[in-house]
Design a protein around this ligand. Structure first.
Ligand SMILES: O=C(O)[C@H]1O[C@H](OP(=O)(O)OP(=O)(O)OC[C@H]2O[C@@H](n3ccc(=O)[nH]c3=O)[C@H](O)[C@@H]2O)[C@H](O)[C@@H](O)[C@@H]1O
Length: 453
């Protein structure tokens, strides 16, 4: 009896245990399917989110949107980037020349100062122009958006992207057989290099190499004209600066990266047969200029009654620059593009020697910073609050002065705008762009001034 009672107890206990196991396992299944559902939902939402913000905007004017766009673009692969039939159509339309034997030019840094002016000039004469720009915030991106808007009115499309994005670059070269690249995208500014050295390495060295890597593989290989800088002359005291003077004493990291660019250009020309032309720009100024440059922020500070720092050398001598007006520089860039010979390589292989050139694009008549301020005082009709201080040891050189005979010989480069006339055009643009009604000198609107800027 006792044993049959025990047996039934054991059976009951087993049934109970098995019931508990069933309940537990169905609970477990329910819980894990809930979890699975939530994870799937989350992944789907994330995918939708990334896809939406990475979809290439066709004519985005929205800066905050762009900020998210570039940030996420850095996180994700460029597989999501650009693309789409409408986007490709714009790329093709913008880069197609409208004249016989017109060039098809990829302009890097097209929303920049020199880039936007050159893009317009090329388009006006019937060449095809496609821009690329990352719209970074080194200086007020709304000015870059303003230039983008102007370019869009002339049917020039700017792809929003970085020259470090190899996939994007090769995609552009797959779509368009560019004849030329005008490479102006860079981290500019001499003094900022002490604050953010890495940005110079990223844009001026890594970005340039990335572009050259893409160009060497392209078929046809384009001819490349790119922006070097007068700063490569560094501490050279031999004046005026000629292309054969020494450039091995850079005074700033900025100058060193531009000099490195010139050496890298030599390598790609030598190994892959790329046609490469470096243009050493001398302190370019004018309408739609860069707000980080002295003439620009002096104008801003002077109109707001703020003091400005006017540098002198350690031994109290005046600091001077060979200030060069934008229209002259644009003519130089177009001249260099027009005389650039074809690259000789294909599919990454050199087929013969190719052109390798370096030119100064300056104004040939240096003006002191003190004089620059006097001109601005007269144009703005205000007295500057000047702090005359010794030039901080931050990469600046005491003076620059270009010899441009080589550019004159090879493509007729001849600067025609003196600093007063150029600054008049700049100030006129500045006051109108920023909507400043001021007690500005009536002379600004002199009848001789037919500027379109
Ligand atoms: O030609 C070049 O290679 C370079 O020209 C400019 O560099 P920089 O000539 O130094 O031009 P600014 O920064 O506008 O300075 C112009 C002059 O004003 C002086 N300065 C600058 C700032 C300031 O507060 N006070 C002042 O007196 C500088 O020492 C310099 O002599 C550009 O900023 C560089 O990107 C370019 O590569």
């Amino acid at each position: 009896m006792a044993s049959s009672l025990d047996t039934s107890k054991v059976m009951k206990l087993e049934r109970y245990n098995s019931y508990i196991r069933r309940v537990n396992s169905s609970k477990l299944i329910a819980a894990s399917s809930k979890l699975l559902f939530r994870v799937t939902l989350l992944v789907a939402l994330l995918l939708i989110f990334f896809f939406t913000i990475n979809y290439h905007p066709l004519s985005s004017e929205n800066t905050s949107h762009h900020h998210i766009h570039t940030t996420t673009h850095n996180l994700l692969s460029s597989a999501f980037y650009g693309g789409g039939a409408a986007w490709e159509k714009q790329v093709r339309h913008s880069s197609t020349p409208r004249r016989a034997n017109g060039l098809s030019v990829l302009v890097t840094g097209a929303a920049g100062f020199v880039g936007s002016h050159c893009s317009m000039a090329l388009k006006k004469r019937g060449d095809g122009v496609l821009g690329i720009d990352n719209f970074n915030s080194y200086y007020d991106p709304s000015l870059k958006r303003g230039r983008q808007k102007l370019l869009a009115q002339h049917e020039i499309f700017i792809v929003e992207g970085d020259i470090n994005d190899a996939e994007l670059l090769s995609k552009l070269f797959d779509i368009v057989p560019f004849t030329h690249v005008l490479h102006l995208a860079a981290q500019a500014g001499v003094r900022y290099a002490m604050k953010n050295p890495q940005s110079y390495i990223k844009s001026n060295i890594a970005g340039f190499v990335n572009l050259l890597e893409t160009a060497k593989l392209a078929n046809p290989q384009p001819a490349i004209v790119w922006a070097s800088s007068s700063s490569v002359y560094g501490l050279n005291t031999n004046v005026p600066f000629s292309e054969n003077h020494r450039t091995d004493q850079p005074a700033s990291l900025y100058a060193a990266t531009k000099k490195a660019g010139e050496e890298i250009a030599h390598t790609y020309n030598h190994i892959y047969g790329l046609s490469l032309t470096a243009l050493r720009f001398f302190t370019v100024y004018g309408p739609w200029g860069r707000p980080d440059m002295a003439y620009f922020f002096f104008t801003k500070d002077m109109t707001q009654g703020k003091p400005i720092n006017v540098y002198v050398t350690q031994d109290n001598k005046e600091v001077a620059r060979d200030f060069t007006y934008i229209d002259d520089v644009v003519k130089g860039c177009l001249g260099a593009l027009d005389t650039a010979e074809k690259s000789t390589g294909s599919g990454g292989k050199k087929k013969g020697p190719a052109q390798l050139r370096v030119y100064n694009l300056g104004n040939t008549s240096p003006v002191s910073v003190k004089k620059l301020v006097t001109i601005l005082e007269s144009l703005l009709n205000v007295k500057a609050k000047k702090n005359v201080i010794k030039m901080p040891r931050n990469g600046d050189v005491p003076f620059t002065h270009a010899n441009v005979s080589l550019a004159y010989r090879d493509f007729g480069y001849k600067p025609t705008t003196d600093l007063s006339s150029g600054l008049r055009k700049f100030v006129k643009w500045y006051l109108s762009y920023y909507g400043i009604q001021s007690k500005v000198n009536k002379e600004l609107n002199s009848p001789n001034d037919h500027s379109e800027d």
